[in-house]
Design a protein around this ligand. Sequence first.
Ligand SMILES: NC(=O)c1ccc[n+]([C@@H]2O[C@H](COP(=O)([O-])OP(=O)(O)OC[C@H]3O[C@@H](n4cnc5c(N)ncnc54)[C@H](OP(=O)(O)O)[C@@H]3O)[C@@H](O)[C@H]2O)c1
Length: 287
Amino acid sequence: MKSILITGAFGQLGLACSNALQTKFRLIKTGLNANSVTNRLDISSKKSVESFLGQHTPDIILNLAAMTDVDGCERDPGGANRINFEGVVNLCEGFKGHFIQLSTDYVFNGLKGPYLEEHPTDAICVYGQSKLDAEKFLINSKINHTIIRANVLYSYSPDTKASFLKWVVESLKDSKGINVVRDQWNNPTSTNSLAQFINWVVLSETYGLYHYADTGIMSRFEFAQLIAEVFGLDSDLIKPILTSELDQAASRPLKSGLRTQKIQNQLSIVPPTVQASLIEIYNSLKL
Ligand SMILES: NC(=O)c1ccc[n+]([C@@H]2O[C@H](COP(=O)([O-])OP(=O)(O)OC[C@H]3O[C@@H](n4cnc5c(N)ncnc54)[C@H](OP(=O)(O)O)[C@@H]3O)[C@@H](O)[C@H]2O)c1
C-alpha cells in the first residue's frame, strides 16, 4: 500500500481528502497545531521537514498546508511567503515521489474570468502571489508534480473552523440578516467533490496543471441565495453589498472562477453542479 503525507490534513479540504483516500492509501496526516505531537509538522521549518521526511518516506505528498487567511497574508507577507512558497520548497527538497500542490484562482487578477489553465497569471494580493510563486517553483523543477487550482471551497463538517456554507446556514436559521458581496464571481466547490478528483489524480498518477471546480459561475450573493433555497431558509435575510464596502486589507479578484474544459476533454471528468453538491451535503446532514 502506497503512503501519502498530507500536510494541512486537519483543515477544511484535509478532512475531505482524508475520508476519500483512507481506504486505498496509508495516510500520514500532519497539521501545524495537530492534537498529537507526532502529527505536528510546520512546513515553513526546513529543519522540521527534513527530519520528518527522514523518518517517514511517503510515496506521495499532498500539500494542503497554507496560510489561507487572505487579509492575514496581506498584513504578514513574510509569513505568507514562508508557508505558501518556502514550505513547498522545503517539502520538495530531495523528494522523489508524486507531489500534489493545491493552488487557487487568486493567481489571476479577476478582470476577465472565468479562467482556463493557459490564461496569463497576475496575482493582485500577497496570498495569490505566494501561491503563484509556489506554482512557478514546481513548474521549473524536476519534481513529478500536479498543481490543482480550486476556488471558494466549502464544507459542512462539525470540525470545519471557517466555512461560508455554515455561516450562511447558521445565520439564516437564527433569523440573522447577513451582507454578502454581489461583485465577486466564482464557481464554489464542495470539498467532497474536489477530494474525489484528488483521489482520481493520485490513483491515475496524473501530472500537470489542472483547474477543478464545480459547475456554475455565480456571485457570492447568488451562492448564498442558492444555499438558502437548498436548505429551505429565508433568502430575504441576505443583502447584497459591494466588496469595496468591506474595507479589507487584501484586494480580491472580482470576475474570477475556473473553467474546467481541460479535465473534461483530457481526463473525461465532469464536475457536479454547485446545486448538486449542495443537495448532497444537505441530504447527508439530515437536518
Ligand atoms: N478555502 C478555499 O476557498 C481555497 C480555494 C482555493 C485553494 N485553496 C487551497 O487549498 C488548500 C487547503 O485549503 P483549506 O480550505 O483546507 O484551508 P484551511 O482549512 O485553512 O487549512 C489549511 C491548513 O494548513 C495548516 N497550516 C497552516 N500553516 C501551516 C504550517 N506552517 N505548517 C503546516 N501546516 C500549516 C493549518 O493547520 P492548523 O489548522 O493546525 O493551523 C490548516 O489546517 C490550501 O493550499 C489553499 O491555499 C483553498
